[in-house]
Structures are given as structure tokens and as C-alpha cells.
Design a protein around this ligand. Structure first.
Ligand code: SAH
Length: 362
């Protein structure tokens, strides 16, 4: 059968697999068995699905692929954080990170190869975007990490905070969440998943209508339009004020809040005045703030503020009743920390040209 016509079981929701069996005049409960093998037991080959008949296994192997990223490199930090360099079927590389004991076990996964957003302090942004990940590639990172870390029976959280902007790859990201959440597979509860975004507004408004709703984190990073235009260039298209209005309207579950991520850059956005402006901006939003002291890197033209400056900023928020935490940076020694994920890949357009193109499209 021609490759282009083959379907990939890794890309299928349960209902799609059931449809496959239905079309083949076979009982659809096989779909659940396969989900259990792929997600519950970490199997990557139909031949290993031993409760399916031999003929059926052979037929599946003829009809379907089951693509799984391969581990190109694995690096463990002194603090236990482990960074995986994963290779996709077409050779592109992405990074996924396991962050233990936060106190939960957390997988930080990517949604794109590279990123189009070009935030001024982020290394991934320097790569530009190479391509979107498919739903199967997004979920595949979780499958591979679970198996590699022997965690198939453990509970874990997922943060979409690796490479890429999830809301710039909306359909694949949402499909991946549905697959991850399926009760016949990994059954990850939505409250265990956090989607982090710079605020691509039309997509954020769509997210507000989704039945499977993850926690929301907004990469805010600035309190004025002019400065955010510079630090988070998509702000020129979808400004701070509109973004915060959308957050105010966002349907939050009981007791849940929106996390606002705020990278602290010395002398740029880390003064007590910035903190007071942030308090005002968040007024009326069920919010918590996560401060990210900059992870410095060559080519990033900003400095990490001292702990004293970080604490001073946090204190202003706390004094005004805003819940605040400081992200203890994990895995910095292996460049696995926030904004440090980058892989060598070819790309067609320079990152600046890509962003310009993106802003025209929306
Ligand atoms: N594109 C999404 C998902 C990436 S999450 C988003 O931006 O929200 C990665 C988080 O790390 C974002 O909040 C990002 O702004 C932050 N980050 C990027 N570069 C950083 C750096 N050098 N130091 C600290 N945090 C950084």
C-alpha cells in the first residue's frame, strides 16, 4: 500500500480507531484494546499486542503505522531534571523535559519544532518555526517519557511549556489533549494539564469553548503595551488590554485560577513600579503570578536580576494580596530550563520574516 495512504494509529482518537474496525467489519472493542496497549502499556508495535489474534495483528501492521519518536539523546541534570532530545519520523528534533518532585512529576512537552513568536528573551524563538507537531507527536512525547522513565503506573502532570506556541498549533494540540484524556488510554485529567500561551487571541477565545479544558497560563511578562510589543512581539497584533479582557471572560472552573507568567529582566520590567502596575492589571481576574527570573543564555540581551530584586518584586505582589510564586529553575546545567529549548534544524524563512507572515495571516 502506498505510504501516503497509510493511517497512523498514533494520530487516532479512540472514535477514529473504532471507525477503522467498523469499516473493516471487525468488532470495535479492539480499538479499546489497542488504546490500552499503546497508552496503558507503552507498546509501540502491533506485534506485541498479544491479546489480539495473530491474523488481526498482521492486518493492523499492514494497514496502519504506529509512529513513535525515538530518543536521540538523554541528559540528566544534577537536580534530577531529565531532558530528552527526540527525533521525529521526518528527522526533525524536539525536546521534552521531565521535572521530578515539584512535588508532582511533570512532563514539559513541545507543540512545535521551533516557535514563531520570537519573544526577545527566549532561545527557542531564535530558531523560528520549522513546523507544527501532529497530535500523535505531541502525545508521543508523553508515551516515550513514560516508558523511558518506567513511569507507566505513576501519576503525572503535563505542561505545554516546551518548544512552540500551543495556540499557534490549535487543532493538533486539542486533539492531543483529547487523546491524553481518554479514559481508555492514559486518562489524564484536564486539571493535570497546563497550557501556556503568549495569548493568540482568536485561539484563546476558541479554547474558552472546549469541553476538555486544561489549566491556563498566560506569558504576560510586561505591564505596558509598548514594552510588551518589544518583549512579546505578538502583542503588536493582540495587545495587553485585549488579552486581559479575554482572561477576565475566560470560563474558569471552581477554585481554579489563571497563572500569569512573568519573566524578570533586570532593569527592564523588575521594579516595584512594574509590580504595582501588574497588581492593577490583574484586578478582577482570578489570578496567580509565577515569576521566572531570566535564564540567561548567549545571544539573549538581558540579565537575570539578583534574588533581592526578585524578592522585592514578589513582596509588592504579596503585600497587595496577589498569590505569587517564584519558579525555581530546574535543569539549567543541561539547558533544560524555561526558554532554553533549542534544536538544530533547517528552516525556510528567517524568524523575522516568519513572524511578519504570521501577523498578516490573522
Ligand atoms: N509559547 C508558550 C509556551 C512556552 S512556555 C508561552 O510562551 O507561554 C515557556 C515559558 O518560559 C514562557 O512563559 C516563556 O516566556 C518563558 N521563557 C522563555 N524564555 C525564558 C528565559 N530565558 N528565562 C525564563 N523564562 C523564559
Amino acid at each position: 500500500m502506498a505510504t501516503a495512504l497509510r493511517t497512523d494509529a498514533a494520530e487516532m482518537e479512540l472514535a477514529e480507531l473504532e471507525h477503522y474496525f467498523f469499516s473493516a467489519n471487525a468488532p470495535k472493542f479492539h480499538a479499546r484494546q489497542i488504546f490500552q496497549w499503546i497508552y496503558g502499556r507503552g507498546v509501540t508495535d502491533f506485534a506485541a499486542m498479544t491479546d489480539l489474534g495473530r491474523d488481526l495483528r498482521a492486518q493492523l501492521a499492514r494497514d496502519l503505522d504506529l509512529s513513535t519518536p525515538t530518543v536521540a539523546r538523554r541528559e540528566r541534570s544534577a537536580d534530577g531534571t531529565t531532558k530528552f532530545l527526540l527525533q521525529l519520523a521526518d528527522g526533525h528534533l524536539i525536546e521534552s523535559v521531565f521535572i521530578p518532585d515539584t512535588p508532582s512529576q511533570t512532563f514539559c512537552i513541545s507543540t512545535q519544532v521551533g516557535c514563531a513568536m520570537r519573544c526577545a528573551f527566549c532561545l527557542t524563538g531564535k530558531m523560528g518555526i520549522v513546523r507544527n507537531l501532529t497530535a500523535g507527536e505531541i502525545v508521543g512525547q508523553v508515551r516515550v517519557l513514560l516508558r523511558e522513565l518506567n513511569m507507566l503506573d505513576e501519576r503525572f502532570n503535563i505542561v505545554l511549556m516546551g518548544m512552540g506556541e500551543p495556540l499557534h498549533n490549535y487543532d493538533a494540540t486539542m486533539k492531543a489533549l483529547r487523546i491524553l484524556g481518554d479514559e481508555h488510554g492514559l486518562a489524564v485529567a484536564p486539571r493535570r494539564i497546563t497550557l501556556s500561551t503568549v495569548g493568540v487571541l482568536p485561539a484563546l477565545e476558541r479554547l474558552a469553548t472546549e469541553p476538555f479544558m486544561p489549566n491556563l497560563a498566560i506569558s504576560l511578562h510586561s505591564t505596558t503595551e509598548d514594552q510588551r510589543d518589544m518583549l512579546v512581539p505578538i502583542n503588536r497584533k493582540y495587545g495587553l488590554k485585549e488579552l486581559l479582557d479575554a482572561c477576565r471572560k475566560f470560563p474558569l472552573k471552581r477554585r481554579s485560577r489563571i497563572t500569569f507568567e512573568y519573566v524578570l529582566l533586570e532593569g527592564v520590567n523588575d521594579t516595584p513600579e512594574d509590580a504595582r502596575r501588574l497588581v492593577k492589571l490583574l484586578h478582577g481576574i482570578k489570578a496567580k503570578v509565577n515569576l521566572l527570573p531570566l535564564n540567561e543564555a548567549p545571544g539573549i540581551p538581558f540579565t537575570r536580576p539578583s534574588d533581592a530584586r526578585v524578592n522585592r518584586f514578589a513582596q509588592v505582589l504579596a503585600d497587595h494580596g496577589v498569590t505569587v510564586s517564584v519558579r525555581r529553575s530546574r535543569g539549567r546545567d543541561i539547558r533544560a530550563a524555561c526558554g532554553q529549548l533549542i534544536t538544530e534544524s533547517s528552516r525556510k524563512l528567517a524568524p523575522g520574516a516568519q513572524l511578519a507572515q504570521l501577523m498578516e495571516q490573522h
